[in-house]
Write a protein that binds this ligand. Structure first.
Ligand SMILES: Nc1ncnc2c1ncn2[C@@H]1O[C@H](COP(=O)(O)OP(=O)(O)OP(=O)(O)O)[C@@H](O)[C@H]1O
Ligand SMILES: [Mg+2]
Length: 237
């Protein structure tokens, strides 16, 4: 099983959109993928066509057997688990994450977790094969946050693979170009590419869907394929 935890370094960096789009691109490449919403906002299901009225999810369940009844499958065959309405304890969160190993009935399942930006990732029990991707936008706030995060990562004994990935990159902005170049040349742990800002992502969300289905030849979908390919290469190492 390959577990990938995606979170924003701050709110609104585009984490949920990336989890959903990455899940679909991986599925298209025949990776068995499950997407799990760890964010109490519970908005991951929106990208998979889950109706608004379906508010229940894993946090409302009593135990893992009940959680198994909370999974959905969308029309593309993506399996996903909505968060639900209750606020879980840290223990319940970690139990879910641990129990996900039981879902690995098809060899090498990938589990993508949509994590809330406010969570300290070290609250989760992570293993050395886990990958954490922290989403950033090319702006001054993220610039400062990345430096602080790097300091913290240095101090904690994290065994997982941690990367920063730029989302919503605006290629016509001089500031974004400068920041991206600076980060690439001076910071460790930066993914060597970015996800462009593309209206397709917003539009496909409005259709409760993903770029692959709404605009397969878009820049957005190319970027998600790059991300998927890069992750596959990382896990093969
Ligand atoms: N690369 C992108 N280009 C254009 N729009 C994007 C991009 N990525 C995300 N968005 C849009 O930005 C908005 C916020 O995205 P999303 O909800 O995925 O962020 P988030 O990091 O999960 O937010 P939160 O911290 O509240 O959970 C959505 O409207 C989404 O469609
Ligand atoms: Mg989100």
């Amino acid at each position: 099983m390959q577990r990938i935890f995606l979170k924003g370094i701050k709110g609104g960096t585009g984490c949920t959109a990336i989890v959903a789009n990455l899940a679909c691109v991986l599925k298209k490449s025949d990776v068995h993928v499950i997407a799990i919403d760890l964010d109490p906002k519970s908005d991951l299901g929106l990208h998979f066509g889950l109706p608004w009225k379906n508010t229940q999810g894993w946090s409302d369940a009593e135990n893992f057997n009940d959680i198994l009844t909370c999974f959905y499958q969308d029309s593309d065959g993506i399996i996903f688990l909505p968060h639900g309405e209750k606020t879980p304890s840290n223990t319940a969160l970690n139990e879910l994450i641990d129990n996900c190993n039981k879902l690995d009935n098809i060899q090498n399942t990938w589990v993508l977790f949509d994590c809330p930006s406010h969570i300290d990732i070290s609250n989760y029990t992570l293993h050395e094969d886990d990958i954490v991707i922290e989403l950033v936008n090319c702006d001054a706030v993220c610039h400062s946050l990345i430096y602080r995060r790097l300091q913290k990562l240095k101090k904690t004994e994290n065994s997982w693979h941690h990367f920063f990935l730029v989302n919503r990159y605006n290629s016509s902005s001089e500031l974004e170009f400068d920041l991206f170049s600076l980060w690439q040349s001076t910071l460790p742990l930066m993914a060597p590419f970015f996800i462009n800002s593309d209206e397709v992502i917003k539009e496909s969300t409005a259709y409760r869907n993903v770029a692959l289905n709404c605009a397969p030849y878009s820049i957005a979908n190319d970027d998600f394929e790059t991300l998927a390919g890069w992750l596959v290469s990382k896990t093969a190492l």
